[in-house]
Design a protein around this ligand. Structure first.
Ligand code: GMT
Length: 374
């Protein structure tokens, strides 16, 4: 098939997932055309069957605001016509599903195009609820040929929030368990845990919903009993406030800010416990990547996290903001090597048995076939 893949190219789960899906589909012989405003972050090497079409937004003094949604629609029309796309797969509804709908309408007579929309999270639970966007999101979902969601939580939340009876297929996120597996780099281990401390780790784009500061509070609690360090991977709006809290709680010397990184499997392999104290999370792809590297997760029991992490097996879930409880869970693992070993095995097993890329990507192929058969 010839597939157009529309996503955000920046640091974030929906773009990561779309990129890895596209790369894997290309390996399976499909032709994949990424359509976005920058090279997707993980699309960093040449690969057969992968093409990248940059969306350029024209500027003109009258156009005070960026017209990305229109420029994207125009680019989709162009690529669909000249590359003869079969399916357009848009990730994150806003504005991608709206631009896709517009392109479909323009193309309808001569190049009919099927559109699959995948919902990822805040497009439904936060941004899509803005009164300005709500009717547009609802309309664009109803006009999509197939809609998928990354968790049952998100499917249910979509039906509730948009008062629609739409049929939504749930396809969970996935991980390449061959790539994401424990691989120790002795230099990195020496750098991150010079005195053999326990390592708590968090990876995110540091947006407020991620509650990165709760990780610092958990570290401060854990350090009352066990020498530990917190490794923070990523960057974003909450970084400065998090640094300030490290100083206030007097743990700044025990927190490492690694910034944005791409060598995630070897970094995750240094962790003993992964923290995901989010306020909203429709799935928690970063938790799954940690689990695949045999790292148990301590997170909040909100959104779709419970569909990924089994409480008491591959990790623990606590109430939002309950940092004392999260710290107690971390100590339970860090002070009991046998238990930690069991949780590690369970985390890896769950990633391999439920969420491996080879299990999930064929589900998307079936979704494309379903769209084409309509
Ligand atoms: O919805 C977002 O906040 C953006 C999106 C992204 O691009 O990072 O994240 C969502 O999609 C990920 C991939 O499907 C999920 O793993 C995240 O849980 C989800 N984030 C939220 O729901 C906050």
């Amino acid at each position: 098939m010839k597939i157009g893949m529309v996503c955000y190219p920046t640091y974030g789960g929906s773009g990561v997932l779309a990129t890895e899906l596209g790369q894997h589909l290309a390996k399976r012989g499909h032709e994949v055309h990424f359509i976005t405003y920058d090279t997707p972050m993980r699309l960093d090497r040449f690969q057969d069957n992968i093409y990248y079409h940059e969306v350029e937004t024209p500027s003109y003094p009258l156009l005070e605001f960026n017209l990305y949604s229109l420029a994207l629609a125009g680019k989709i029309i162009d690529v669909a016509r000249y590359e003869a796309l079969d399916v357009l797969h848009v990730h994150y509804a806003i504005p991608h599903a709206v631009s896709g709908y517009l392109a479909k309408q323009v193309l309808a007579d001569r190049t009919p195009l099927k559109m699959v929309t995948t919902l990822h999270g805040t497009d439904i639970t936060l941004v899509g609820l803005e009164p300005t966007f709500h009717p547009l999101v609802r309309f664009s979902l109803e006009q999509s040929d197939v809609v998928t969601a990354v968790s049952t939580f998100l499917e249910e939340r979509t039906l509730q929030n948009f008062g629609t009876e739409l049929q939504i297929d749930v396809i969970p996120n996935f991980v390449d368990t061959n790539l994401y597996q424990r691989s120790e780099n002795p230099d990195l281990v020496r750098h991150l845990k010079p005195d053999g401390e326990a390592i708590l780790m968090h990876v995110s784009n540091f947006r407020p919903v991620k509650r990165v500061q709760d990780c610092v509070r958990v570290l401060a609690e854990v350090r009352k009993r066990v020498p530990a360090r917190l490794v923070l991977v990523g960057d974003g709006p909450e970084r400065s406030e998090t640094e300030r809290l490290c100083r206030e709680l007097d743990v700044a010397d025990h927190v490492v800010f690694l910034g944005k990184q791409s060598a995630l499997p070897e970094i995750l392999s240094v962790a003993d416990v992964f923290l995901l104290p989010s306020q909203q999370e429709s799935f928690g792809l970063s938790a799954l990547e940690a689990m695949s590297c045999s790292v148990p997760v301590i997170g909040t029991n909100i959104g779709g996290i419970g569909e990924v992490v089994e409480h008491g097996e591959s990790g623990y879930l606590a109430e939002l903001g309950d940092v004392e409880r999260m710290a107690r869970f971390a100590l339970e693992l860090l002070t009991n090597p046998k238990k930690l070993g069991h949780f590690r095995e369970q985390a890896r097993r769950r990633a391999v048995e439920q969420f491996d890329i080879d299990l999930i990507v064929p589900m998307y192929e079936r979704i494309y076939e379903k769209a084409l058969a309509l």
